[in-house]
Design a protein around this ligand. Structure first.
Ligand code: NAP
Length: 436
């Protein structure tokens, strides 16, 4: 639909879809990002990038983020590059306008434009959708949730040495318990499933149980671990750690572990070594140019990231463990307000604030826009616009070091000056001058 609308002569256009007039006016300008034969991106100087503003605090953080990204791009490339933003709708705004929480046009627009960015979305309490975020990830096959966890100097942290935390989490995004295959206790379907498991499989399950299914496949595991290892190789990271509960769930989490090692040993034999060989063949030292593949049981990993975070650089793990570990790691480096994230497929990529809609702060211009701003930096990196991304990160570093921060950081920082969400964005822009 988007393509059709853009190709139409604007003056003869009739609005037949749920895309708003603003979107159409915006798409008259700008050029679409495309994909080269080798799957790399061809990013024009005037890319059209769809955005979902998001619910709750989404409007506040998006306003600040858009202003910061536009300023950084303008300053970095002296007006030679410019993002053309295209609003697409999901969540409450889409439901209010079109009676649909996740319109098909929105999915199509993101697919067609390859890269998009979004604020947080309310989980509808009815309407058959469990979570809009999960639906977006599954429908667009954004199979890797990537969360870099890096400490910016001066950010309040519960750790004594938070600067030792510098890792990137690759969480599988499309399966595990998040497939939403479950049956309510005492429903007739649930009884059918339990009877099958009792009678056909000999499993002793209580009749009043609720049941959920946890599929973990070789296909999804391998493409995730492949992406994590490729990332480690191209970014000169020393290790990739597979995190799992294979000791308890042998064929799901255990499968993840087995298939993860298979990818490393079969597809990256020249570039990787395993932990046992590290000691037997290499005297405990990772040889130059090699990535160490190791694994840890999930519960122990929660201790490891607190006690010895410097030993971990890239972490790959299934969906549920990944959900928990990502937020725990975010807490070590400033909390959800400072944690960026992206959902990546091939080639589609959706960058997002990792926190929720924080309804009690909605419209109060109070919340920290750092998560969405840093996700914007990930997006700029992904586009190859690293100068703009670095400009923002450096400005963020100065802003935090100056203790000019939003409420969440101010309440933990002695002597801080509390800024509103929009003021924090403006402060970043003014600090870009000092770093340029
Ligand atoms: P939440 O919206 O993330 O907020 C929980 C608390 O985290 C806030 O009250 C606030 O703590 C802190 N926080 C969140 N974002 C912050 C920011 N930018 N700056 C500073 N502090 C921040 O979680 P929730 O209340 O559990 O969820 C609310 C709704 O969001 C639900 O509908 C949920 O389904 C949805 N959700 C969406 C996403 C997503 O779209 N990716 C993710 C998670 C949840 P204080 O009150 O202590 O200041």
């Amino acid at each position: 639909m988007i393509k059709k609308l853009v190709d139409l002569n604007f003056s003869t256009l009739k609005l037949s879809s749920n895309m708003g007039l603003n979107a159409l006016v915006e798409t008259k300008k700008g050029t679409k990002i495309t994909v080269n034969q080798d799957n790399s991106l061809a990013v024009p100087d005037d890319p059209i990038i769809p955005f979902i503003e998001g619910d709750g605090v989404g409007g506040d953080i998006w306003m600040a983020t858009k202003k910061v990204i536009n300023a950084a791009v303008k300053k970095s490339y002296q007006n030679k590059k410019k993002v053309h933003w295209l609003e697409v709708y999901a969540g409450q705004k889409a439901f209010d306008m079109y009676g649909d929480w996740l319109p098909e046009d929105t999915l199509q627009a993101i697919e067609e434009h390859i890269i998009a960015i979004k604020g947080p979305l309310t989980t509808p309490l009815s309407g058959g959708i469990r979570s809009l975020n999960v639906a977006l990830r599954q429908k667009l096959d954004l199979f890797a949730c990537i969360r870099p966890v890096k400490y910016l100097d001066g950010t309040p942290s519960p750790l004594k040495n938070p600067e030792k935390t510098d890792l990137v989490i690759f969480r599988e995004n499309t399966e595990d318990l998040y497939c939403g295959i479950e049956w309510e206790a005492n429903s007739s379907d649930c009884k059918k499933v339990i009877n099958f498991l009792r009678e056909e499989m000999g499993e002793n399950i209580r009749m009043d149980s609720g049941i959920g299914i946890k599929p973990i496949s070789a296909f999804a595991t391998k493409r995730l671990v492949r992406m994590a290892i490729e990332y480690a190789i191209t970014h000169n990271k020393k290790s990739v750690t597979l995190v799992h509960k294979a000791n308890i769930m042998k064929f799901t989490e255990g499968g993840f572990l087995k298939w993860g090692y298979e990818v490393a040993l079969k597809e990256f034999a020249e570039k990787t070594i395993t932990e046992d060989r590290l000691h037997s063949d290499f005297g405990g030292e990772i040889p130059p140019g090699k990535v160490l593949i190791k694994d840890r049981i999930a519960d122990s990993m929660f201790q490891q990231v607190l006690l010895r975070p410097e030993e971990y650089e890239v972490i790959a793990l299934p969906n549920l463990n990944g959900d928990y570990l990502s937020d725990a790691c975010a807490a070590q480096t400033g909390g959800l307000g400072m944690a960026p994230g992206a959902n990546i497929g091939i080639p589609t990529a959706l960058f997002e604030a990792t926190h929720g809609t924080a309804p009690k702060y909605a419209g109060k211009d109070k919340i920290n826009p750092g998560s969405l701003i840093l996700s914007g930096c990930m997006m700029l990196d992904h586009m190859g616009w690293k100068t703009a991304s670095d400009l923002i990160t450096n400005a963020l570093q100065i802003t935090i070091a100056n203790k000019t921060v939003t409420y969440d950081l101010a309440r933990q920082l002695k002597g801080a000056r509390e800024l509103k969400c929009s003021e924090f964005g403006d402060e970043l822009i003014s600090n870009m001058e000092k770093t340029a």
